[in-house]
Structure formats: structure tokens, C-alpha cells
Design a protein around this ligand. Structure first.
Ligand code: MLT
Length: 307
């Protein structure tokens, strides 16, 4: 039997993805000494020495911040990713985030969760809960989307179906995205314009030099009073200090983010999630299948897609 290709798997990867690398031709696991390729989800590969035997890396997700892409490119090692494979999952969580903020759901859950279970005064709970946690509706409000890639386009479409007005900004929009963007989306000329006009602003950009601290002390004060900022992209895209200062003055209404940053914990107007955007069974499977197929095509036939 020919030697099997060795795949180092650094995180839990969906079984359906691993099955694309059949065991008669591939050995995969987390204890592979001389891997031909690496399959990774969130492990930080900047912190490890990538073995010299590695010929390709597959990232089961869209972003590649956890991979030393430049160093790998210099070594001639392609890094494959799975753009769009988890976009629907992220879109759904963005919708949940908007609803959580608009309807004060995290505060209301804490309130009910804190009741004395042995003798809760349910009538009083309903009465005071209704007034304390009264919210507002999404329909008729304006959602600003910065970044009109696959996720941004899906969020735009869903928001329009919920009756929202949508304002989008992306200086690098692709032809594909431009075609799939609903015609009702009004185009903004800058991030500032989006921040100034929208009551909800959601960010869907990669973390690169141009997007680091994209929402900062200078421009957060231009947002609508009481506005909701959502960050389901990357941590460094928003300045935590700017968010905290703006919430403290009562200007920013809510911040919803998909990162459990220490500075943001225990603030009742912040919802911090443990990077759950892509954590659905479907998205994990889509990403794993997409990168496993790409790795196999490259290792067996030298084909390159999405590297
Ligand atoms: C992504 O870049 O697509 C997400 O970070 C995926 C993940 O959570 O693994």
C-alpha cells in the first residue's frame, strides 16, 4: 500500500469534513510528527513552529488571522480557507444580536434568573419587567453595514425582510457581492457616513491595517444617540476604550460583540459572546468539507483554490 498522506488536525473538525480525506489515503489526528498538511480552526499557529514537512494549511473558517500567512507564503505553503461557508450562521447570530439589544434580552434574562426560586412573585416580576425592559422594534430603523462580502450581503437581505432600511459601505466590493446585494440597499461613501446615519451598525470586515480601530474615539461620537454597535468580525476592529467611554456618557446605546474581552465584561449594556458566529453544526460541516476538499485537490493534483 502507498504511504498515506499525514494530516495534523489542530482543532475539532467536523467528521464529515475528515471523511473527505479517506483513511486508505490519509492518516489524520493531533499527534502527527511529520505532517504533509495542517487542518486548523481557531488554534493560534503564530505560537507554534510549523513543521518543515508541511506543504499546505487548511483553515476551517473564513479569516486567516491565526495563521502566519506571510511566512507560509514565503515557504511556498498555500493557506486554504472557506469563505462564505459559515456566512449564514454568522448572519443568524447578527440578527439575534440586534434583537437582544433592541429588546433588552440579556438584562431581562438576568432579572428572571435572579428570582428566588422558592417563592417568586410572578405578578410583580411581569409588571416591573415590562417597564424596565421595554425595547424598540427593528422595522423602520436603519441598519448600517460596513463590509459587503458574503456575510454583509446576507445580513442586508435579512434586515430588508424584517422591514429595516439598509445603508451599506464597502470600498472593495466584489462583482459577485455587488450582484447579490439587494437593490434596496443604499450605498454610503464612507464608514463615517454609516456611523452618522444608522441606528444599528454591524461590521463585517477582516482585521487588516486599514480596519484596525476602525470604530474609535473620533468617530464613535458621530453615531446616533442610543445607537447599537455590533462587531461579529474581529476584536481589533473596534476600540474597546472608545466603546466604554461612549457607553459611560450614555451616547452609545449598546455594544454586541463576539469576543469575551476582559475589559467589556460585567457591563449591562454590553453583550459579549465567546466567538459563536460560526458555531453551528451546519457551518462547521460546510467549512470542514470545503477546506478538506481543497487540501485533497492540492495534495493529490496540485490544484489551488481560495489560497
Ligand atoms: C471565521 O473566520 O470564519 C470564524 O472565525 C470561524 C470560526 O469561528 O472558527
Amino acid at each position: 500500500m502507498a504511504e498515506r498522506l499525514q494530516i495534523l488536525v489542530l482543532n475539532e473538525i467536523s467528521e464529515n469534513g475528515l471523511r473527505r480525506l479517506p483513511s486508505d489515503r490519509y492518516a489524520s489526528g493531533k499527534n502527527i510528527a511529520m505532517p504533509d498538511a495542517v487542518l486548523v480552526r481557531s488554534a493560534d499557529m503564530h505560537k507554534m513552529e510549523v513543521p518543515a514537512s508541511v506543504r499546505a494549511i487548511g483553515r476551517a473558517g473564513a479569516g486567516t488571522n491565526n495563521i502566519p500567512v506571510k511566512a507560509m507564503t514565503a515557504r511556498g505553503v498555500p493557506v486554504f480557507n472557506a469563505p462564505g461557508a459559515n456566512a449564514n450562521a454568522v448572519k443568524e447570530l447578527v440578527l439575534a444580536g440586534m434583537l437582544m439589544a433592541a429588546r433588552n434580552l440579556s438584562g431581562a434574562l438576568h432579572f428572571v434568573g435572579g428570582l428566588a426560586p422558592e417563592r417568586p412573585d410572578l405578578e410583580k416580576t411581569v409588571e416591573s419587567g415590562k417597564s424596565t425592559f421595554a425595547g424598540f422594534e427593528l422595522a423602520g430603523r436603519t441598519l448600517g453595514i460596513v463590509g459587503l462580502g458574503k456575510i454583509g450581503c446576507l445580513v442586508a437581505d435579512a434586515a430588508i425582510k424584517l422591514g429595516m432600511n439598509v445603508l451599506g459601505y464597502d470600498p472593495d466590493i466584489t462583482v459577485d457581492a455587488a450582484w447579490s446585494l439587494p437593490s434596496q440597499v443604499r450605498k454610503a461613501g464612507s464608514v463615517t457616513e454609516v456611523l452618522r446615519i444608522a441606528q444599528f451598525v454591524t461590521l463585517h470586515v477582516p482585521l487588516v491595517d486599514a480596519t484596525r480601530d476602525m470604530v474609535n474615539a473620533e468617530n464613535i461620537r458621530l453615531m446616533q444617540p442610543g445607537a447599537v454597535l455590533l462587531n461579529f468580525s474581529r476584536e481589533g476592529v473596534v476600540s474597546d476604550d472608545a466603546v466604554l467611554a461612549s457607553l459611560a456618557t450614555g451616547h452609545l446605546g449598546r455594544y454586541v460583540c463576539d469576543f469575551p474581552s476582559a475589559a467589556l465584561l460585567r457591563n449591562e449594556r454590553i453583550v459579549c459572546l465567546p466567538h459563536l458566529g460560526a458555531s453551528t453544526r451546519e457551518a462547521e460541516e460546510n467549512c470542514a468539507v470545503m477546506v478538506a476538499d481543497q487540501l485533497r485537490d492540492y495534495l493529490e493534483d496540485g490544484n489551488i483554490a481560495n489560497a
